[in-house]
Design a protein around this ligand. Structure first.
Ligand SMILES: Cc1cc2nc3c(=O)[nH]c(=O)nc-3n(C[C@H](O)[C@H](O)[C@H](O)COP(=O)(O)O)c2cc1C
Length: 348
C-alpha cells in the first residue's frame, strides 16, 4: 500500500516526501527527484528540460575523464557545457557531471577541470555495462576492483574539492552483490557523499526487475549517507512505490522521462493530468529550438531523431508518419511534419 503524497508506507515515519529538500555533501538539493545520467542524451538542454518540469537534481551524460584530461575540444565545449538557466529555472538546484574512467591520476585532473567549469557535484560511473567501457576497466568493471574504485573516487574528490557521488549496479552478474559491498567501501574509505544505486546486475543491462529489497538494505546500512534509487521508475505508481519500499533519499528518473518530462511534475504532486496535444507540441518545439541552439540545424536534425519516437506515440502518429520524421533530413522538414501531425490529429 502506498500513499499518493509520496510519504511512503505508513510504518516508515522517517521518510520525507519527494518534494522535500535534502543535501548531498553539504550541497542543497531542493527536492528528491533527479534526472538520471543518459549517455548521448543528457546534455545541458535535456537537463534544463528536466528542471523546467521540476527536477531538483540533474546529472549529465557520462563524460570520459581521459577526453577531458587530454583537452578534447568537443568534450570540453559540448559535453561539459553547463547553461546558467539550469540553475535558475524551476526549483533550481545543483548540476552534477558524471565522469567515467579507471585511472586515479586522470580522474583527479578531469575532476579539477569539471570543477572549474562550474559543476556542483561530480558523479562517477561504476555501473556502465557497455563492453567498450568495461574493457578499459571503467564503468561496471570497477565493481571487480574495489581498491581501484576507491582510489578513483578519492582522486575525484581531491582534484575537484566538490562532493563526489558514485552510481553503480548491485553487482556485475545476476545474483552477485559486489556493487552493494563496494558502495559501503566507497562511503567509508573514499568519503563519497551519496550513492546512486541501480539494483540490477550489469549483466542484465536495463532488463529485469530491480532488487528493491537490496536497495532498502543499502539505505539502512549507509544511513545517513543518501542513496538515490534508479531502475524501473517508468511511471508515477512505480516511482512512489519504489521510493516508499526502499526508504531511499531520492529517486532518479531515466527512460521514464524520455518523451515524458511531465513525469517529474506528476511524482512531485505538481500536476495530475496527462499533457494535452498542444502541450506536447509546444514541448517538442522547445526541444527542437534548444537542439538547434546547441548543435546548429544540421547536427540537431540528426540528434533529435532519437528523441522523437515517444513524443510521436503520444501524438498518435502512425508508423508511417513516425518513419517519415525519423527519415527527415532537416529541421525545416521535421517541423513541417510535426505541424502536420498536430493539425491532422486535431481535425475531427
Ligand atoms: C540510453 C541510456 C543511456 C544511459 N546512460 C547512462 C550513463 O551515461 N551513465 C549512467 O550511470 N547510467 C546510464 N544509463 C542508466 C540510467 O541512468 C538508469 O540507471 C537506467 O536506465 C535504469 O533506470 P530506468 O529503468 O528507470 O530506465 C543509461 C540508460 C539508458 C537507457
Amino acid at each position: 500500500m502506498w500513499r499518493a503524497d509520496g510519504r511512503g508506507y505508513p510504518g516508515r515515519v522517517t521518510q520525507q516526501a519527494l518534494s522535500e529538500p535534502f543535501e548531498i555533501g553539504g550541497v542543497h538539493v531542493p527536492n528528491r527527484v533527479a534526472l538520471a545520467p543518459l549517455a548521448g542524451i543528457g546534455n545541458w538542454f535535456v537537463r534544463l528540460q528536466a528542471r523546467r518540469h521540476g527536477a531538483g537534481l540533474v546529472v549529465s551524460e557520462m563524460v570520459s575523464s581521459f577526453a577531458i584530461h587530454h583537452g578534447n575540444r568537443k568534450t570540453l565545449t559540448e559535453l561539459l557545457r553547463i547553461d546558467p538557466r539550469e540553475r535558475t529555472t524551476g526549483p533550481g538546484g545543483p548540476v552534477a557531471i558524471q565522469l567515467f574512467g579507471q585511472d586515479p591520476d586522470v580522474m583527479r585532473s578531469a575532476a579539477s577541470t569539471v570543477a572549474e567549469r562550474g559543476a556542483d557535484i561530480i558523479d562517477i560511473n561504476m555501473g556502465c555495462p557497455v563492453p567498450k567501457v568495461c574493457r578499459t576497466g571503467a564503468g561496471a568493471a570497477l565493481l571487480r576492483d574495489p581498491a581501484r574504485a576507491v582510489a578513483v573516487a578519492r582522486a575525484a574528490r581531491e582534484g575537484s574539492g566538490l562532493p563526489v557521488t558514485v552510481k553503480l549496479r548491485s553487482g556485475l552478474r545476476a545474483g552477485e552483490r559486489d556493487g552493494f559491498e563496494l558502495a559501503l567501501r566507497l562511503v567509508e574509505d573514499a568519503g563519497v557523499s551519496a550513492i546512486g544505486f541501480h539494483p540490477r546486475s550489469a549483466q542484465v543491462q536495463h532488463k529485469g526487475t530491480p532488487d528493491l529489497e537490496l536497495a532498502a538494505l543499502l539505505v539502512e546500512r549507509l544511513a545517513p549517507t543518501p542513496v538515490v534509487l534508479s531502475g524501473g521508475l517508468r511511471d508515477e505508481r512505480r516511482v512512489l512505490d519504489s521510493f516508499a519500499a526502499t526508504g531511499a533519499a531520492a529517486v532518479m528518473l531515466a527512460r521514464g522521462v524520455l518523451g515524458n518530462p511531465w513525469l517529474f511534475g506528476g511524482v512531485l504532486g505538481l500536476r495530475s493530468a496527462e499533457p494535452g496535444r498542444e502541450e506536447v507540441l509546444t514541448e517538442l518545439d522547445w526541444l527542437i529550438g534548444r537542439a538547434v541552439e546547441h548543435l546548429g540545424a544540421e547536427r540537431a536534425a540528426r540528434y533529435l531523431r532519437k528523441l522523437y519516437p515517444p513524443y510521436l506515440e503520444r501524438l498518435g502518429a502512425s508508423k508511417a508518419d513516425q518513419a517519415a520524421l525519423q527519415g527527415s533530413s532537416s529541421i525545416v522538414e521535421a517541423r513541417a511534419l510535426i505541424e502536420a501531425f498536430g493539425t491532422l490529429a486535431a481535425t475531427p
